[in-house]
Design a protein around this ligand. Structure first.
Ligand code: NAD
Ligand code: IPM
Ligand code: MN
Length: 359
């Protein structure tokens, strides 16, 4: 599943697009870029793009054709967050978040749940070492396929339909990726669907049954998504890799975020696994948090961890472990933003991590 060897890091410049977006997006992305600069040094070429609602409202374009082609020539994209109350139909966020995932075929959204420190785990009698879950969320179809219709809007006869469209190809590739990742980890996989109420979800079950025979060394269990959310909180230690559809993965990853200290520390990677050299996207799980925007209270850890995942994608295999070790020390010293109990602002909290980086 490794997409590029360390050699690529040594040889070529690393072109990375950074797109802050809205609300706290630009503030936290600045911290992510600082981490990239620190770890990748002068090999790094940052291509900054303006993905904000301001620009969308001024120009009517979320991603221009020139930007699309430039994005395709970057090794990875570091995104902030998109969403602004002045764009109620979410048009520019849809382009930067959903269109990018679909167009680049980033079918696997990897969302790790692994607390940095015991103090960040909100559960009784559960320690950080008890939680190490990788949510593998299908990222291109399902309820996010963009298919649906509305009729008789704003009348008592109104009907609204959103189609949850899954394909065998889409289900197979993300489940196969999950099994392969489980093999590199603790060899345990849970599928979560809702095939008891949504009959077409039996596609997940049939593909799962076929693949579990191929990956007989992985202990595989199928669950319903409601039970999975319950068990994630009730007994998180039982989970290793969790594979689920697009909408359920979105929800389960926010539940998971709460287990590790919150959205401010939860990173993610959107990948087209098994396609060496593909353009991948890295972004915090959180959104634009308009109420925190410009206050310096946003936690930069999720963006910095996403940036570290980007560096791993580009061939720096120890980037996440190094950044995590440094963050753990910052948490111990209470050198964090208020959401983790500290008193630092966004830039200071980022600095506290950078100054503790070793090597
Ligand atoms: P949100 O993630 O922005 O905020 C949820 C809660 O988490 C809020 O209490 C917020 O203050 C807190 N929070 C989030 N990030 C934090 C950080 N870095 N540090 C400290 N606290 C943090 O979700 P929301 O309020 O539901 O959505 C706000 C906007 O963001 C909406 O427009 C939504 O569509 C959008 N959104 C975008 C993305 C994305 O771009 N990938 C993801 C989720 C939501
Ligand atoms: C996420 C976000 C997006 C999603 C929104 C902004 C469309 O919540 O990345 O988790 O649902 O995928
Ligand atoms: Mn989400």
């Amino acid at each position: 599943m490794n997409v590029a060897g360390p050699a690529s890091l040594r040889r070529e410049p690393l072109r990375v697009a950074a797109v802050g977006g809205d609300g706290i997006g630009p503030e936290v992305t600045r911290a992510g870029v600082r981490l990239l600069e620190r770890l990748a040094g002068d090999r790094l070429e940052i291509v900054s793009m303006d993905g904000s609602a301001d620009r969308f409202l001024a120009e009517g374009v979320a991603i221009s054709d020139v930007e699309w082609s430039l994005l395709g020539r970057c090794g990875g994209l570091l995104l902030g967050a998109f969403g602004d109350p002045r764009v109620p139909d979410h048009a520019h966020a849809e382009a930067w978040v959903l269109d990018l995932r679909r167009r680049l075929e980033l079918y696997a959204n990897l969302r790790p749940i692994k607390p940095l420190h015991d103090a960040l785990v909100p559960l009784r009698n559960v320690r950080a070492r008890d939680i190490d879950v990788l949510i593998v969320r299908e990222n291109t179809e399902g309820a996010y396929s963009g298919i649906g219709w509305q009729r008789a809007r704003d009348t008592s006869e109104e009907v609204a339909v959103v189609e949850d469209r899954i394909t065998r190809r889409g289900v197979e590739r993300v489940l196969a990726a999950g099994f392969a990742l489980a093999r590199e980890r603790r060899r345990r996989l849970h599928l979560a669907d809702k095939s008891n109420a949504m009959r077409a979800h039996d596609l997940w079950r049939r593909v799962f049954d076929a693949l579990r025979a191929e990956y007989a060394d992985v202990e595989a269990t199928a669950m319903y998504i409601d039970a999975l959310c319950y068990e994630l909180v009730h007994e998180p230690a039982q989970f290793d890799v969790v594979v689920t559809g697009n909408l359920f993965g979105d929800i389960a990853s926010d539940v998971g975020a709460a287990l590790q200290g919150g959205l401010g520390v939860s990173p993610s990677a959107c990948k087209k696994l098994d396609h060496p050299g593909h353009v991948a996207v890295f972004e915090p799980v959180h959104g634009s948090a308009p109420e925190l925007s410009g206050l310096g209270r946003a936690n930069p850890f999720a963006s910095m961890l996403s940036a570290a995942m980007l560096l791993e994608h580009l061939g720096m295999p120890d980037a996440v472990a190094r950044v995590r070790a440094s963050m753990t020390r910052a948490v111990e010293a209470r050198q964090t933003t208020p959401d983790l109990g500290g008193k630092l602002d966004t830039a200071e909290a980022a600095e506290a991590v950078l100054e503790r980086l070793q090597g």
